[in-house]
Design a binder for this molecule. Structure first.
Ligand code: NAD
Length: 360
């Protein structure tokens, strides 16, 4: 999935034509300065969280919301969900106390879109904020503690990654069992904590790292795994390298150090560039496209709104577990067409959106 760089972003960039609707939401009274981007509604309402961040410029906020909304189109499409891709950003300090009037005004802008955009949590916007937004619009999902809420998405994300890893192991090692495989985990946060549980229960050997001592203690205390310094994780002899921290950690500097045959984890935007994905394939390694393998959380929230009978955890997790089948399909097609899996995932997502657009 390619996006223009921030420096090349302009209203005349051909890429701008891809976006169905971009809404600037300004309100001097409450100080609201937000942008909502509906990249595509071909498959259903444009769905994606609302991020609050101290953007250094209006361009930076626009760039982020465009990039993130497009990412949601691909993630929802590859996961077979009847949702399009959308995202919102609010410019401001996420750590400062939030003006409830500003959040209500944001809710009014969401409401005006008539359900074509559905919002949820993201960085800087939590359940308490969404509760205020919801006083002005019903197009909000994922509020913790509410009746029918899908709750924290992290365990479902981990469940999907685990099944995706098994599919990758089948293609890379001829057997989907992870027993005895060495998994190097970059980041031991919320998703990793659940993932380590599944991996160790199956008999995988996990070597982890984090920059946060408390996160390390929590996971080692529960599962007794070995850990290394954060920067040493790239050099750990392993079968699977699992990025679960930040984006772009698989890049020209780190890839030559990674010993694994498989790269599979929950982090968003793992590849620094699309060319790194090509290089992974040239090296005979298998990359599990991030937005496909980490979609368990969005699948979980989908069950809150779109599945008959409301949210049921068992059903949602069964659905998230089917990420294994999606990954299997991607790897099979990548091999048959001799193209890297990240490009196959893009093709499948784009085909689904195109077919839905043509069907009208
Ligand atoms: P988290 O913040 O709970 O955990 C991330 C961990 O990475 C933290 O403990 C942090 O200290 C650590 N970290 C940061 N920089 C590091 C570095 N350089 N080296 C090692 N560790 C480092 O986040 P999470 O919810 O567990 O999500 C993990 C990743 O998965 C993120 O990239 C997130 O965007 C992505 N993701 C999460 C979900 C979800 O449901 N939570 C869904 C899709 C994608």
């Amino acid at each position: 999935m390619t996006t223009a760089t921030q420096s090349t972003l302009s209203i005349n960039t051909p890429m701008m034509n891809e976006f169905e609707q971009v809404v600037f939401c300004n309100d001097a009274r409450t100080g609201l300065n937000a942008i909502i981007s509906l990249h595509s509604t071909a498959l259903g309402p444009a769905t994606g969280g609302c991020r609050m961040w101290n953007y250094e410029s209006r361009e930076a906020a626009l760039y982020d919301v465009l990039r993130l909304s497009k990412g949601m189109t691909y993630k929802n499409a590859i996961s077979g969900l009847n949702w399009g891709g959308g995202k919102a950003v609010i410019v401001g300090d996420p750590k400062a106390p939030k003006n409830p009037e500003m959040l209500k005004r944001f809710g009014e802008f969401v409401e005006r879109l008539g359900g074509h955009y559905i919002t949820a949590k993201d960085v800087g916007i939590g359940s308490d904020d969404l509760r205020i937004v919801k006083t002005k619009t019903s197009h909000v999902l994922g509020i913790d503690g509410e009746k029918n809420s899908s709750g924290d998405p992290s365990p479902a994300t981990a469940w999907g990654v685990y099944h995706g890893m098994r599919a990758a192991a089948k293609h890379a090692f001829g057997n989907e069992s992870l027993k005895g495989l060495r998994v190097a985990m970059q980041g031991l946060g919320t998703v990793s904590c659940s993932l380590v549980e599944h991996l160790t229960a199956e008999g995988a050997i996990v070597i982890g790292c984090d920059i946060d001592e408390a996160a390390i203690k929590k996971v080692t205390g529960k599962f007794g795994i070995e850990t290394v310094r954060a920067d040493a994780i790239y050099d750990v002899p392993c079968d699977i390298f699992s990025p679960n921290a930040l984006g772009a950690t698989v890049n020209a500097q780190t890839l030559p150090r990674i010993k694994a045959k498989v790269i599979a984890g929950a982090a968003n935007n793992q590849l620094a560039t699309s060319e790194i994905g090509d290089e992974i394939m040239r090296r005979g390694m298998l990359y599990a496209p991030d937005y496909a393998i980490n979609a368990g959380g969005v699948i979980n929230i989908y069950h809150e709104s779109r599945v008959e009978g409301g949210y049921r955890k068992a059903q949602a997790f069964e659905h998230a577990g089917r990420i294994g089948q999606t990954m299997d399909m991607i790897f099979t097609r990548a091999k048959a067409e001799n193209i890297p899996p990240h490009l196959v995932a893009d093709k499948i997502a784009e085909e689904r959106v195109k077919n839905a657009s043509q069907a009208g």
